[in-house]
Design a protein around this ligand. Structure first.
Ligand code: PMP
Length: 427
């Protein structure tokens, strides 16, 4: 056994790209909690970046995964069919009311790649429109449509061509009404069509229904419905990237339900199997049926154990946890709004369900990333794990599991309040 801490070992063994968020080495997870190598317990409001949506090591998910491991661990969907893959596909198609098909892969970025390839292949058009501040993953195609941080693209340029970046509504920053902000962004999109790429050359518009890494930004419903109309008008596929918003995170199974707008194609990952690597491209049947054999795929996509775990996750979400996410999300936002009234640095509280962001600004109205890192540091010391987001890293995102209770939310608010007080005194 090494006498070094995990952080020391990681510093020797791993490249800098491996972890940049905490120095924690953890050995156990259960429900909303993590334990580090020294036995210290943390309330985890990061959920492995929005993955463990039904809580760490949920006993029912583990039971179903173990059951599957006893019979089959790998099948390769390119070669054979197996029950958990088909059962999960059937379940997801049922969730979408039937007129969709599903194709499994392993990670969010891989599913995003799939959505772009599907759209290009079927439309036979080159263009993709994504949004400023978007994040879609770190493979080359996903990096090409990501516009939340130039660092992610640096020295990888020469990326996928024919990508254009539209404006995503952000009423808190623009200080406009929802209607005016929607109009501003739709006008910008029309300018892309007029000046840069004609709509009949655009395969797809891809959007996160709630911008995640870009700052937990919820668009007005009118923007999403207008986008749907524009796509229909020009035969453009509307893709939603639901990698971070899917599987109960926003108090619905999928975030598109909040807007009443169904995508033609969408990607899911993260919460789909509560930590087992799994993702999917979900698309309307008539689109999927035009994706020929061999045009996309991978050896590990739709692992039998991950699919079995996912079926258990969906069962749990449907039997009360989605409802809890909605209710606890509302309660959490109320409590955070109390903080906003007491601390001027807490500038905006926003979100859907248990996908909640708090934006911090300095007195002069500029983004305050320093306070975010100090608060996170102080909260971690007090046993609460929090993650940042936002293009200026001045947003704390709160993504507890859907099993979270009122008293755990109260604990988090108490720690946050104490951390705010300590940090404000210090700076
Ligand atoms: N899309 C979105 C919206 C995401 O939030 C992320 C991950 N943060 C990804 C894609 C990439 O997922 P993965 O890290 O599993 O490749």
């Amino acid at each position: 056994m090494s006498t070094k801490s995990m952080y020391e070992r990681a510093s020797e063994l791993l490249p800098p790209v491996a972890n940049r968020v905490t120095k924690l080495g953890i050995v156990k997870g259960e429900g909303a909690y993590l334990w580090d190598e020294n036995g210290k317990k943390y309330l985890d409001f990061g959920s492995g970046i929005g993955v463990t949506n039904v809580g760490h090591n949920h006993p029912y998910v583990i039971e179903k995964a173990k059951e599957q491991m006893d019979s089959l661990v790998h099948g390769c969907h390119n070669v054979v069919y197996y029950p958990s893959y088909l059962d999960l596909a059937e379940k997801i198609v049922h969730l979408m009311d039937g007129d969709y098909k599903v194709y499994f892969s392993n990670s969010g970025a891989e599913a995003v790649e799939g959505t772009i390839k599907l759209a290009k292949r079927v439309s036979n058009r080159p263009g993709i429109i994504s949004f400023k501040r978007s994040f879609h993953g770190r493979t080359m195609g996903a990096t090409s449509i990501t516009a939340s941080n130039s660092h992610y693209r640096k020295q990888y340029e020469g990326l996928m061509p024919s990508v254009y970046y539209a404006e995503y509504p952000y009423t808190f920053r623009s200080n406009l009404s929802e209607e005016d902000e929607t109009n501003r962004c739709i006008t910008y999109l029309n300018e892309i069509f007029n000046y840069l790429i004609a709509p009949d050359q655009v395969a797809a518009i891809i959007m996160e229904p709630v911008q995640g890494e870009g700052g937990y930004i919820v668009p007005p419903k009118s923007f999403v419905t207008q986008l749907r109309d524009i796509c229909d008008q020009h035969g453009i596929f509307l893709i939603f990237d639901e990698v971070q918003t899917g599987f109960g995170r926003t108090g619905r199974m999928f975030a598109w339900e909040h807007f009443g707008v169904k995508p033609d194609i969408f990607s899911v990952a993260k919460g789909i199997a509560n930590g087992f690597p799994l993702s999917a491209v979900i698309a309307k049947k008539d689109i999927m049926d035009q994706w020929p054999a061999g045009a996309h795929g991978g050896t590990f996509g739709g692992n039998p154990v991950a699919c079995a775990a996912s079926l258990a996750v969906i069962e749990l979400l449907e039997s009360g946890l989605i409802k809890n996410a909605e209710e606890m999300g509302q309660y959490f936002m109320e409590r955070l709004n109390e903080l906003k009234r007491s601390f001027p640095v807490v500038a905006d509280v926003r979100g859907l369900g248990l996908m909640v962001g708090v934006e911090f600004l300095k007195d002069d109205g500029t983004p305050d990333s320093q306070i975010v890192s100090l608060i996170r540091e102080s909260a971690l010391e007090k046993g609460l794990l929090l993650l940042p987001c936002g293009v200026n890293k001045n947003v704390i995102r709160f993504i507890p599991p859907t099993i979270i209770t009122k008293s755990e939310i109260d604990t988090s608010i108490q720690i946050l309040t104490e951390s705010l007080k300590t940090v404000i005194e210090k700076v």
